[in-house]
Design a binder for this molecule. Sequence first.
Ligand code: NAD
Length: 562
Amino acid sequence: MSPTALDPTPGHIDSFSLPATTNDQSKVVHPSARRTPEGGLIKVESESTSYEEEGIRAKFTDRGAEVVKGADGKLTVKKTEKNFEFFTKSKVGRVGLMLVGLGGNNGTTVLATHLANKHNISWRTKNGVQQPNYIGSVVRASTVRLGIDPETGKDVFVPISDMLPMVHPNDFVIGGWDISSLPLDKAMLRAKVLEWDLQRQLIPLMDGVKPMPSIYYPDFIAANQADRADNLIPGDDKAAHLEHIRADIRQFKADNELDSVVVLWTANTERYADIIPGINDTAENLLKAVESSHDEVSPSTVFAIASILEGVPFINGSPQNTFVPGCIELAEKHKTFIGGDDFKSGQTKVKSVLAEFLVNAGIKPLSISSYNHLGNNDGKNLSSQRQFRSKEISKSSVVDDMVAANHVLYKTAADLTKETGEIVKKGEHPDHIVVIKHVPAVGDSKRAIDEYYSELLMGGRNVMNIFNECEDSLLATPLIFDLAILAELLTRVTYREGEAGEFQPLYSVLSLLSYMLKAPLVKPGTDVVNSLNRQRNALEQFLKACIGLEGSNDLLLNTRVW
Ligand code: NAD
């Protein structure tokens, strides 16, 4: 039974359920959908934080360490400090969320979840009455520790959504594109994700609404998608397509009187685009490649360019390399925001936790073998080799940084080079395979089976098997809300180093979104962090820094001293 569904059995206590006898469901709001009190829940009283009419100003010292290795192999550590000032505009305004792939399983589930929460539509299941909610959203349904209550000495936790002014997902104005013309009520039925009693009530709200026509270059997605593609922007002129999408974004903004827009790709996984010098390696070349309608410019890259040129954030929820080098450079030039790649919803999320647990416990994973089968349209598209390859790549790198961080268990590239006398580029690594199969019968309920085979003390071995039934779109949908909420917030944060000089926006690649993404895009030349704990800490610490608080303090010195 779903933990949020009502159990009519007397004696059952479920903090999120509604009493069976409640008739007026419209008054009860799930905690993950509740609103922050007017003026905000948190006020920091400190010299480093000031609340101004336009926003919150906070001083923050970034403390780190530089480590230098001497000729004798010994390490010298120097403490570093850098002072920053952050300014977060407090007016959120009206925010548009434009989904590419609006008619898909994720797209329709996002819209349906938004509408069910907005109109507080509850529905009957065999277990009782189910209330709409945003469970699975890190922003809406998880908490951070703010400090202690001085009277009780107990920790005080707040939802992430209360830390800074953020858009409430009920307030998004949602629209978007799909190459399939099916109206969204029918597309929701096609997706087979939500219960019928909810769908039934949502149909009148989604009835007849069609996604905007989109760009379809058949070479980029599986051939088995062709029969869906009946809602297309005509022609094969990529420059005209780019202008069309830009005009769509402007029109959507104007029609809905929006202050800002986030564009998010939740359309089919595309094949990788070849990186070709002179074509997509620089911003200038990429724009020229669009002008000449070059074959290697994918639909997702056209959407990314359109968003960048319109000054709106673009997030890629699929694994392909939408952000070719020229696209990243274009975002940098325009100081707009991009984030990606590939929602981290099921197997990879568990893997990033489990691999970290093993390696940090001093146990050595020797192999990680992952099998998935799923029956939705995503699975059908991924049954084609070139699209599967994109997914395989994005799923593969997830343990790299944890392994590289432990040179006690795993030999480094330098160790191996010394040992073999040949130049080795990559350090020792567990064997890692990923298999995905399309099994229509299981629909959106993806099965992920993982075996972790590890080395223990004195040559011992450990095998751990995990069977994870993922409910794909119900896991991806809250991530889509999180990505859009955080991306919009990050457009309102500016910073300066020290206390003088102009405030400027954050760097274009929003690596703070890494928690929600399988293959996080980071600033070129910097390391990818895959550890889910470190990704969450980074987000938490950043949000705290914006209100002038120190990061999470698990030292709890008061509990360790007399
Ligand atoms: P889906 O196949 O149900 O939906 C994708 C939609 O995109 C379809 O309606 C399709 O018609 C549309 N589309 C394809 N090309 C398009 C284009 N050029 N422009 C506009 N629309 C286009 O898939 P889904 O289950 O909703 O997943 C969407 C994407 O998210 C997939 O790429 C998937 O790999 C990725 N993803 C999903 C999850 C998850 O659901 N848990 C996790 C990680 C990544």
